[in-house]
Design a protein around this ligand. Structure first.
Ligand SMILES: [Mg+2]
Length: 452
């Protein structure tokens, strides 16, 4: 039966709805709609001027309609009279193909034709920092190896508990919270689910963490590399494909790593397109200071530099921690939650269709012995290279359409231009390419990425 948002609002005492969408740069855009208007908005959508956000549109384009998906509704646990809704963008009576949630939906439909459904879980790392963004929030969090540090975790108990309580209330099945590998860095995990739901929750999680941190007088950042000598913010995803009968199609107990042929082909597809996918998975100038980075204060970056896979070994781009799933460790905190899932699907579907072979697992410590691995492809060194790879990717152009890819490239190239024109010149870095070699985080990066 169709979900009637007006009726739900009456029952749950919701006074306002946030009708939201995420643009290409991952920015969450919303309209706050009083309940008496939700009937009409549920049907017609909320109007937005696309040009005003990071979508490749012109000021003369007609209004976009953000049509809320009632399945996505989340009542804000800290503000119960407001409910959040993820929306799909429409224009002139058609879905906007060059918009992230529509792109993901299209890939989900493609896989569904094979009676296959992607389930995924994401691990969003973030830092708690001072409101100015100059330092981490907890000045006592100074250990050389701070990962899982109990005292540093418990000093942020009120906030972490507050966020976790919200997830419990929402029924997400949160199961652990910890201090991560950098001073000031945390991670919270909740259950995996259908990839559209995970993408919506991923968007909401970032909004929730930032909001609750702010209420505690702090700031939360998912910026890929906010501090040059500390481990960056990753956003690893655990992946498996299931059929309608709830059978895990990635599982083969007879295989050494517990993976099926379908799983290896899907993985082969991701490895084949990884150089291009970095444009979405590592979408900022700052991202390239996380991948390919030198060793951090804690002893490792925990981020990949090469397109390889392994068993339970965290130095590779893909890790197989257990049977029936694998972990993709490429993405960072700036990745667009919808493009993350859409990109994985498009590349994975190509892998299944072309029967792409990921080769043999590589069983070395990539941080120390990568020279022993012959023929493995390297990840791009900067955003410009990643965008060039995306522009050259037949797989992604076929999956999403040339125009959609070009729209993304247009906006991102504009961003690089702005970066190049910024005060970088004053300090001697004349472009994105050189800056990836730099050993500082610039003010421009902070201004443009801290709230990603
Ligand atoms: Mg982690």
């Amino acid at each position: 039966m169709a979900i009637n948002l007006f009726e739900i609002a009456k029952k749950k005492k919701i006074k306002y709805f946030l009708i939201s969408y995420v643009d290409f740069f991952g920015v969450l855009r919303s309209k706050l709609v009083p309940t008496h208007s939700i009937k009409e908005m549920q049907k017609e959508g909320a109007g937005f001027a696309g040009f005003s956000t990071y979508l490749d549109m012109s000021p003369s384009d007609p209004d976009m309609a953000a049509i809320p998906d009632p399945q996505s509704m989340i009542q804000l646990p800290w503000q119960m009279d407001v409910a959040w809704l993820a929306a799909d963008l429409w224009m002139n009576g058609k879905p906007v193909e060059a918009s992230p949630r529509v792109m993901l939906r299209n890939q989900i439909s493609k896989l569904a034709k094979k009676n296959m459904y992607l389930k995924s879980g994401v691990e969003c790392e973030y830092f708690l920092i001072s409101p100015s963004g100059d330092s981490i929030a907890d000045q006592n969090d100074i250990a050389d190896k701070p990962c899982y540090d109990q005292s540093a975790l418990m000093r942020q108990y009120d906030l972490i508990k507050g966020i976790c309580d919200c997830m419990i209330m929402l029924g997400w099945g949160p199961y652990q919270n910890d201090h991560e590998d950098a001073n000031g860095q945390f991670e919270m995990n909740w259950d995996f689910s259908d990839c559209l739901q995970t993408a919506d929750r991923h968007v909401f999680f970032k909004f929730m963490v930032k909001t609750l941190a702010e209420k505690s007088g702090l700031r939360a950042t998912f910026m890929p590399k906010p501090f040059i000598n500390k481990t960056g913010n990753g956003c690893h995803a655990h992946l498996s494909i299931w059929n309608k009968k709830k059978k895990n199609l990635f599982l083969d107990k007879k295989d050494k790593l517990g993976l099926s042929k379908t799983a290896y082909n899907f993985m082969g597809g991701i490895m084949h397109s990884a150089e291009a996918l970095t444009a979405w998975f590592n979408p900022t100038i700052n991202s390239y200071k996380r991948i390919n980075a030198p060793v951090t204060a804690s002893g490792a970056t925990w981020s990949p530099n090469t397109i390889t896979y392994s068993g339970n070994n965290r130095t590779h781009m893909i890790r197989v921690p257990g049977s029936g799933r694998f972990e993709l460790r490429l993405m960072d905190g700036a990745t667009n939650p919808y493009l993350l899932q859409a990109g994985i699907l498009a590349a994975g579907i190509d892998g299944i269709e072309k029967k792409r072979n990921p080769g043999k697992p590589v069983n070395v410590n990539m941080y120390e012995e990568s020279h022993k691995v012959k023929g493995a492809k390297k990840l791009p060194l900067n955003l410009q290279q990643a965008l060039t790879n995306l522009g050259n990717s037949k797989v992604l152009k076929d999956a999403f359409g040339k125009e959609v890819i070009n729209s993304y490239l247009t906006l991102k190239k504009r961003e690089i231009k702005k970066y190049n024109l910024s005060n970088e010149k004053k300090i001697g870095f004349k472009g994105a390419k050189k800056s990836t070699k730099s050993n500082i985080i610039t003010q421009w990066e902070k201004d443009n990425t801290l709230d990603c």
